[in-house]
Write a protein that binds this ligand. Structure first.
Ligand code: LLP
Length: 469
């Protein structure tokens, strides 16, 4: 489906009359947030607290759609599955790309119909396939993207013969860290040189509607060549599939072998568009990336659309994580600033050595007995910001110059809207943080702070006598 057609409330997604292009800048930095507003929210809801601005989510959707006006744009839900975000994205006209039964369930609950749902199955657990095959009975326009012949067999065993997209391993990857480069990783997709044959075979059993590849996540300007290479290979494959199948795979004069011509709807070249985490890093030139993508994939066979599935780009700069300084400890080697958010709230620094901008919003200077000046009047001091988890890796940054933090200050960790709350966990028995969504300036708690009681809701206590544990 064209995302243009799918837009439900076009007026809410972009600049309104009289606004200039600058009203939708290519990145919102942590310095662009109102310190007073964030301080108010932290005072009202406590910390750690995620704040997600739905207006910025809408702006990001709008920029994507402007840059890729003829492409199907699918939001990779895994970046942020909060209901409010999903609804905003749906209203802005994007489809949903889901990685699990849980994500499909949440997208359905947020109002995505089957025709706007794409489930990407990666070594899918049986219960996920059971669930999605069941959903497809009621929502036959749902598409399942499959990266292994085994998965196709397992779908067929469940009686599924609906829409399938074949995931290809293009042999080229990109991304901000080796752990998120999928393109060349054997785990994902059918190897490129077997993809045409596998796709034709799949078409004997399913309605094959597309081919798919994803290079990886967090692709910045330096890695665009790899992305272009992937896109070019996918264009080539689309053209090959549109040719009469008279090669080694065998033609189909009798009509009992693989179909002669494949009539696919789209070539999905994945997501991965990076956002600038460092304060001075330039934002991706999205219109230029879009142009290069279109050129690399061209010429597409008639009737075949380009599709993309960004996650991070939609939500990353729409979110900040607020955390309060509770400890300041000078040591001979470094100045350690202890805060109430850690790797359980924002895993990315610990897992990928990811950089997140941090801004000291102050606050301690307003507290009785504190003689701290406003942050703007403090000296920039190199600090380690460390969380409350008993792991050495639990730091949000090291050797970073911040307006010298003191106990009671509020820190805003920027560009935290993607893979932030989503990767939060309860390690060290830490309840997950609360999240507030801003919608046209109005704040609402969209995920309450977990309590100590929540930590044990799934736990069974007492004596178990049988094998029922
Ligand atoms: N499509 C597929 C099939 C994917 O696997 C992913 C991300 C996306 C689209 C969206 O990629 P994006 O546009 O968000 O870069 N937790 C890591 C990121 C892992 C991404 C996994 N797949 C991080 O925090 O950097």
């Amino acid at each position: 489906m064209s995302d243009r057609d799918a837009a439900e409330t076009p007026g809410t997604a972009g600049p309104t009359d009289g606004e200039t292009a600058d009203d939708n800048p290519s990145v919102r930095r942590v310095s662009d947030w109102s310190a007073d507003r964030l301080a108010e929210l932290a005072a009202e809801h406590g910390t750690p607290l995620y704040v997600q601005d739905l207006d910025r989510v809408r702006e990001n959707c709008e920029r994507l759609r402007d840059a890729f006006p003829d492409a199907d744009v699918r939001y990779a839900v895994k970046a942020h599955t909060g209901r409010a975000v999903l609804e905003a994205v749906r209203e802005a006209g994007l489809d949903a790309e889901c990685a699990s039964a849980g994500e499909v369930d949440r997208a359905l609950a947020a109002g995505f119909g089957g025709d706007r749902l794409h489930y990407t199955a990666v070594n899918p657990p049986a219960r996920d396939l059971d669930y999605v095959a069941g959903v497809a009975e009621a929502e036959p326009d749902l598409t399942i993207t499959v990266g292994a012949v085994d998965t196709l067999d397992r779908l067929a065993e469940r009686g599924y013969d609906g829409r399938v997209c074949v995931r290809v391993n293009p042999g080229v990857g990109a991304g901000h860290h080796e752990k998120v480069r999928t393109g060349g990783a054997a785990k994902f997709g059918i190897p490129y040189d077997r993809a045409a044959e596998a796709t034709r075979d799949a078409a004997e059993r399913f309605d094959v509607v597309g081919i798919h590849a994803h290079a990886g996540s967090g692709i910045d300007s330096d890695q665009l060549d790899s992305h272009r290479e992937l896109v070019a290979r996918m264009g080539e494959l689309a053209r090959e599939l549109a040719e009469p199948n008279d090669g080694d795979a065998g033609g189909d004069p009798d009509g009992d072998g693989p179909p002669d011509l494949l009539d696919i709807e789209y070539v999905d070249v994945g997501g991965g568009f990076g956002v600038p985490y460092e304060e001075d890093a330039p934002a991706l030139d999205l219109p230029a990336v879009a142009e290069a993508t279109r050129e690399a994939v061209a010429p597409l066979p008639a009737g075949v659309d380009l599709a993309i599935e960004p996650g991070r780009y939609v939500v990353a700069d729409a979110g900040v994580l607020l955390t309060r300084v509770n400890t300041v400890k000078p040591t001979p080697d470094e100045r350690v600033v202890g805060v109430d958010a850690g790797m359980t709230d924002l895993l990315r620094p610990a897992m990928y050595d990811a950089y997140h901008p941090i801004r000291n919003l102050g606050g301690a200077e307003g507290v009785d007995g504190s003689d701290a000046p406003a942050p703007a009047d403090r000296s920039a001091t190199p600090v380690t910001v460390a969380g409350p988890i008993c792991e050495t890796g639990d730091t949000l940054c090291r050797d970073r110059a911040l307006a010298d933090p003191v106990r009671g200050d509020l820190l805003a960790v920027g560009i935290a809207g993607a893979y932030g709350y989503e990767m939060a966990n309860q390690y060290n028995s830490r309840p997950r943080p609360a999240e507030v969504a801003l919608d046209d300036g109005t704040a609402a708690v969209v995920r309450r702070r977990e309590t100590l009681g929540d930590l044990t809701t799934v736990e069974r206590t007492g004596t178990v006598t049988g094998g029922d544990r």
